[in-house]
Ligand binder design. Sequence first.
Ligand SMILES: [Zn+2]
Length: 383
Amino acid sequence: MSETRKLYYEDVYKKEFTAKVLECGECEKEFAVILDQTAFYPEGGGQPCDLGTLNRIAVLDVQEKDGEIVHYTKEAVEAGSEVIGKIDWDRRFDLMQQHSGEHIVSGLVHEAYGYDNVGFHMSSDVLTVDLSGVLTEAQLAEIEAETNKKIWENSEVEITYPSKEELEKLSYRSKKELTGQVRLVRFPGSDLCACCGTHVTHTGEIGAVKILTVENFHEGIRLTMICGKRVMDYLNMVNDQNRQVSVKLSAKIGETAAAVGRLQDENFRLKGQVAHVVDELCKAEADRWEGEGSVLLFHDGLEADQVRKMADAVMQKCSGCCAVFSSNGDGSYKYAMGELNGDLRQFTKEMNAALNGRGGGKPFFVQGSVKTSEEEIRQFFRQ
Ligand SMILES: [Zn+2]
């Protein structure tokens, strides 16, 4: 077994390289390619693998397996031949920004509060960090501000491979008991951590870090955060949303929340007014049909509970059956129908069958909808 040279450790910015194919075997629907050297980072240390191409053949996955770096490709490449590898640099640089940003946040939290990063996941939109203790929003805001300060100092990131003796004297973060050569990544003034991932060489490249959400998780908290270009993407999204809200409410961009609050108050007040008007209307209809026997009413645009209210109010006084229909404006009608001590079950069944409807309820009161015209409804009630 020959060890593949890890070009991503020698030059983390290598986007393109040539390599000799040592092996290419078929496995399931893919091919497993081993090269003499590679810039493809295999999944590990919480960092997803690189994607890209080998001779324009898509690399779908890269894994470290029994000490070998295996590139899974869509098509075969010839063993012994030379290939040109290209990695998807936008993806890789984004992952470097996320990973390096996470180290600074975790390092600063560890230094200030002694909590450990006990879980770390990078996905295509956010990264989550699980911490072993609880922090308030104010404390997190401080960590975020401190992280960005460290980023803008643009200090050089140091990667070292200390000896066992040197390691014993150092205090560094590590997820598990490590065996073999340990790789230490130092962000000056904020973190020293054992890590096999790819990192930016200067903190300024991270750009910025934004903590988005925090929730309780086991004994500690789970943060979601974004770094680098993702911060800009997020800002663009949020700014676009807020701009639209600002235009719709004629509010300044920094005052949209207050404007939404006013809108909610107004909506609450209007709902109260509408309820009052509907109550008055129900009362008026009940008075109007008092003792008149069965009655069929059309009132467009009512809500289901308003239709019910009106049917109930009128049936109390009309000494017959009261049916109320309200158009939804799309060729369908809500209905409510009631008769004191009546039994409307059979009638409702026939009406639903004749008027393409559905619904039911108690023997003396039913509710539902029909898909038909006012003319058809009147025609049915005339029978
Ligand atoms: Zn790491």
